[in-house]
Write a protein that binds this ligand. Structure first.
Ligand code: WTA
Length: 651
């Protein structure tokens, strides 16, 4: 427990660099400064009318019966119509929806809105012929091919809810999700590409289907042409069934019609099926996409370098951008295939103007060095974004300098699978940027920081991030699990949504995200967030990436253990280790000085790139490892264990 009167999470690292908006950018920005003055209801009413086309207009903005909200009640719409058909009707059929870049170099396709419409209609007809209609649950297990958004949109066109399962997940993970949702049809592909190697998607799907009895048909896209096993009567080729381009009218659905479930893994327990519905989700994603990325659909080439299998891809590769008639890049492969300049080659080829990625990717590029970006012309970039983890100030500044030519705004956007849309973020023409801060709640969002007792903290203090009013894209619960919904998000504080993240407010009232509260360390009664110590480490010129955690210590309660990845060309040594410990002490204070530093070439991460500190705690405590099934690369922890043991031996 903390002493009475001491803050819930202490703040130690101060970052003082400031980047006010460039007047030229501000003059052309979609979001003017006065946007923050619009009232909650006024803002979401107007967005509801302007972002989306309705078959029947909504009659009530929202209904709030905690912990469940409904939005845009009385309205009828179709999500796929909004994302595709209406743009073609408006004469934008020739506009590019996706520049698709396959992982094998030279594998490229340009898909206009008219092409997208034709493909969606054909695939919706195919699904129909397999008995899919309004309400039929469909599973999608694919790589980053254009047919993935096509399949999602075809479902939305029919009012059939989908669940997209990330193509890197195993057969077991797929089976769990298909069963939980009761999917009747599965859409997959023969194989995917990852770092030049085929990924056996159909084979995994076959294995999953042995324990997923609800699935009666499997549609298989031919991607690599690799051999696959076939079950007659169940399996059909995409190219055999998606031939009928006769009219397939979009199905008008109610605002609250289920659009999709997306499963998010808790740290140990069974994945939660996060429920997202149609109208509020579409308005929320389109609105945030327009203002935060300052999207100019006529001229921008927007690239969200996430995977569609995560919520970032759902909201900001598929639904938000297409609703806004944007031109996007869709890239199939990894950032380092065939070499570490691949991303920058893509930016140059398509003239990407807005790039949205994750801190983990930025730190990987830092590790590889800026020379890869320097080989390419990145002058088209005018705005950069970050999502997924707190971004270390040094990574933020590196991103701006080496990718954005020290010229582009960087928007650090905080949100979750559960929130559906970005909630805390700068607006690029308005906000003074601070590296490491997501700055302030989006217009129409009521976020606050509470202390242990549920009292709101003032500027300068840290605590728990909460949301006090519903928002259009918020989750509508956990599929089939009311209790868990209440317990996970609504039981920590009365009547407000608890995000599970720590945050602090600075003197200006800007938000600094501090990571998951479960990761907070307690050293001699001081509650220290992992991100601050990590950012102090990344601040050192030799460090590319760092993760810290607490381990039990007889004297201080917990002691800090740091796992550090050095930049290319740097050698670990005892001197380097002492230097880093002292660097943290100088940046933050002796209290935060790591007791141990372990050098490691990689950190354990989830498939979406988040550092898994839970496993580092297991290593630090010499405990058997907990659940490792969500690890991107299982060999990494073993390697770290070996290094940690060697380091303990050295002491
Ligand atoms: C973390 C991803 C700090 C946070 C969209 C959140 C962030 C979790 C940020 C949700 C950010 C995401 N700054 N932390 N800008 N963005 N997070 O569900 O801990 O994959 O609760 O959604 O990522 O991750 P999820």
């Amino acid at each position: 427990m903390t002493d009475t009167g001491s803050p819930s999470i202490e703040t130690m690292l101060l970052e003082e660099r400031r980047y006010p908006p460039d007047p030229e950018f501000a003059a052309q920005a979609n979001a003017p400064a006065e946007i923050y003055e619009r009232g909650f209801e006024e803002f979401w009413e107007a967005e509801g009318r302007e972002r989306v086309s309705w078959y029947e207009p909504f009659t009530e903005l929202y209904e709030w019966e905690p912990p469940y909200a409904k939005w845009y009640l009385g309205g009828k719409l179709n999500v796929a119509y909004n994302c595709v058909d209406r743009h073609v009707e408006a004469g934008l059929g020739d506009r590019v929806a996706y520049f698709w870049e396959g992982e094998p170099v030279e594998d490229r396709r340009t898909i206009t809105y008219a092409d997208l419409q034709a493909e969606v209609v054909r695939f919706a007809n195919a699904l129909k012929s397999l008995g899919v209609g309004k309400g039929t649950p469909v599973g999608i297990y694919m790589g980053m091919v254009p047919e993935l958004p096509v399949a999602m949109l075809a479902c939305a066109r029919l009012g059939a809810p989908h669940t997209v399962v990330f193509g890197g997940f195993s057969a077991d993970s797929l089976a769990g999700r298909l069963n939980d949702m009761g999917c009747e049809v599965l859409v997959t592909q023969d194989e995917g590409w990852r770092r030049g190697q085929p990924v056996p998607l159909k084979q995994n799907a076959d294995e999953a289907l042995e324990s997923s009895r609800s699935v009666r048909s499997v549609v298989v896209l031919r991607r690599t042409g690799g051999d696959v096993a076939w079950r007659e009567g169940r399996d059909v080729w995409w190219h055999d069934v998606a031939k009928d381009d006769s009219e397939c009218p979009p199905e008008p659905v109610d605002s609250e019609h289920l659009l999709y479930l997306l499963y998010t893994s808790g740290t140990t327990a069974k994945p939660k099926g996060i429920v997202h519905t149609s109208a509020g989700y579409l308005v929320g994603t389109a609105s945030t996409h327009r203002y935060i990325f300052d999207l100019k659909p006529e001229t921008d080439v927007y690239w969200c370098a996430a995977d569609v299998g995560w919520v970032t891809g759902h909201s900001y590769i598929v639904y938000g951008p297409l609703c806004n008639a944007a031109t996007s890049v869709l890239y199939e492969g990894t950032p380092d295939f065939p070499d570490q300049a691949r991303w920058w080659e893509i930016v140059e080829r398509y003239g990407v103007t807005v790039l949205y990625t994750a801190p983990t990717a930025i730190r990987a590029h830092m590790k590889w060095g800026p020379e890869h970006a320097q080989k390419h012309d990145l002058a088209s970039l005018r705005l950069l974004g970050s999502v997924g983890e707190p971004i270390n100030p040094e990574a933020w500044v590196w991103y701006r300098e080496h990718v954005g030519a020290d010229r582009t705004p960087v928007v650090d956007t905080w949100w979750q699978t559960e929130t559906g849309m970005i909630l805390i973020t700068p607006l690029p023409g308005v906000t003074t940027l601070k590296p490491g801060s997501a700055t302030r709640p989006f217009p129409g969002i009521d976020a606050a920081v509470y202390d242990d007792d549920g009292d709101e903290v003032g500027p300068g203090a840290g605590g728990y991030l909460v949301l006090r009013r519903p928002w259009p894209a918020m989750l509508r619960g956990i599929h089939n699990d009311h209790e868990r919904y209440v317990e996970t998000y609504w039981s920590r504080f009365d009547g407000v949504y608890f995000a599970g993240d720590g945050a602090r407010l600075d003197e200006d009232g800007d938000f600094w995200l501090l990571g998951r509260v479960d990761d907070v360390m307690n050293v001699s009664g001081h509650r220290i967030s992992t991100i601050e110590v990590e950012s102090a480490l990344v601040d050192h010129p030799t460090v590319a990436e760092a993760a810290v955690c607490g381990r039990t210590d007889a004297v201080t309660g917990q002691a800090i253990v740091a796992y550090v990845t050095l930049k290319g060309g740097q050698d670990p040594s005892v001197d380097a280790l002492e230097e880093l410990r002292n660097h943290v002490a100088r940046k933050i204070g002796p209290i935060a000085k790591p007791a141990n530093v372990v050098f490691t070439p990689e950190l354990p991460k989830t498939r979406s790139g988040k550092i898994m500190r839970r496993l580092l705690r297991d290593v630090a405590e010499n405990r058997p490892l907990g659940d490792t099934t969500t690890l991107a690369d299982p060999t990494v922890v073993e390697e770290i264990k070996t290094r940690a043991e060697a380091e303990q031996g050295d002491e």
